[in-house]
Design a protein around this ligand. Structure first.
Ligand code: GLY
Length: 354
């Protein structure tokens, strides 16, 4: 078992290990005040894991409530958000009680937003069950719901009081969901350097504890320096600007991980065209991504991708911050004019073909 301490606006632990759900109360009890625990999860996680979680809590005389919605991004909506708040109020959940956001990115983001806003904020424990939520969305306090116009458009920064990552829950993930998380892990490999990047060239499940630990530690270091995404934290968006555009254009049929993989590949080509990195860096990045089975074809025309990026919420007036690659372990944030973007993508795709 490993522990990472985050010292941000809230100080909290991230506990990473196998088989933690069984006796989860050992970790949770020290931070609880009230008797009520309100679990927010989806139907797949409920069917697989909720009994382990609730048994451990009930053995310790806690009153367990749950709100379960259908698995998938569509559930991260304003209707479910309001419904959960009303249900909590009806059940008498008080300021000293605790929300557990249990599952992947959707329960994590929605549960986090509920905890942040119910009675102006109550305790929050994140228990991620997917690789993507373990290494990224459960850590760092980004909470949100989607609006009709796009993903994560309403939300707040709200750090959890505890994150417990039971790696055993990764064993039941579908190949596609696991692969989605691998795109984020590869992102951390490119950002953090050779140690993690080279480890990712071998099958990751053999060293999963060490890999999740390194990703979380990297994110922790960034969040401690820039909790509110003003500068340094934007590095974590490597591949995401183009990735989000691909997700949007596909009507979310292309999953987040698949889109981010394509985005990372295009961005490494843009970096090469700007003479920021060597060709072998582009090849190394392509090789690791294709080794994990990612198809790197960006699927859409440069003009469609550029228009979708302009709609992205991260734009600031007529420019955007792109995360570019200088080397494995060395990425930079560069302000780029919107009107240059289409041409950059076009050159990236045509001059350095896949
Ligand atoms: N997922 C990127 C971040 O938390 O900043």
């Amino acid at each position: 078992m490993k522990r990472v301490i985050v010292k941000s606006s809230k100080k909290y632990s991230i506990i990473i290990g196998k088989g933690l759900l069984e006796n989860i109360s050992d970790h949770i009890l020290p931070i609880l005040k009230g008797n009520n625990v309100y679990i927010i999860t989806d139907d797949i996680v409920e069917s697989l894991y909720i009994s382990q979680l609730t048994k451990s809590l009930q053995r310790n005389n806690l009153v367990v409530h749950k709100y379960v919605f259908p698995n998938g991004e569509k559930s991260k909506n304003a209707n479910n958000y309001i419904d959960i708040l009303n249900d909590m109020a009806q059940k008498g959940i008080s300021r000293s009680d605790t929300v557990i956001a249990f599952g992947g990115g959707v329960p994590g983001d929605l549960g986090g937003f509920v905890a942040a806003t119910y009675l102006r904020g109550i305790k929050l424990i994140q228990i991620p069950t997917t690789l993507l939520s373990a290494v990224d969305s459960s850590v760092g306090g980004k909470t949100a719901i989607d609006l009709d116009k796009g993903k994560n458009m309403a939300g707040v920064f709200y750090q959890p009081d505890l994150v417990i990552c039971d790696l055993s829950s990764l064993n039941t993930l579908s190949d596609e969901t696991l692969k989605d998380g691998c795109a984020e892990v590869i992102k951390y490999g490119i950002l953090s350097g050779d140690l993690l990047f080279n480890q990712l060239k071998k099958p990751i499940m053999k060293h999963i504890e060490s890999i999740v630990y390194q990703c979380v530690k990297y994110k922790r270091d960034i969040v401690q320096k820039d909790e509110h995404d003003q500068d340094l934290r934007q590095l974590l968006n490597l591949g995401h600007t183009i990735g989000h555009a691909i997700e949007l254009l596909s009507g979310y049929k292309v999953t987040h991980g698949q889109a981010v993989a394509k985005g990372i590949s295009v961005i490494s080509r843009i970096s090469y065209n700007l003479s920021l990195c060597a060709k072998h860096t582009v090849d190394e990045i392509d090789n690791i991504l294709t080794g994990y089975g990612f198809d790197l074809n960006p699927m859409y025309s440069p003009s469609d991708l550029a228009s979708a990026i302009i709609m992205d919420k991260k734009r600031s007036n007529d420019s955007i911050n792109l995360i570019l690659v200088e080397d494995i372990g060395k990425c930079i944030i560069r302000k780029t004019m919107m009107n240059e973007l289409e041409d950059m993508i076009k050159k990236a795709i045509t001059k350095v073909p896949l």
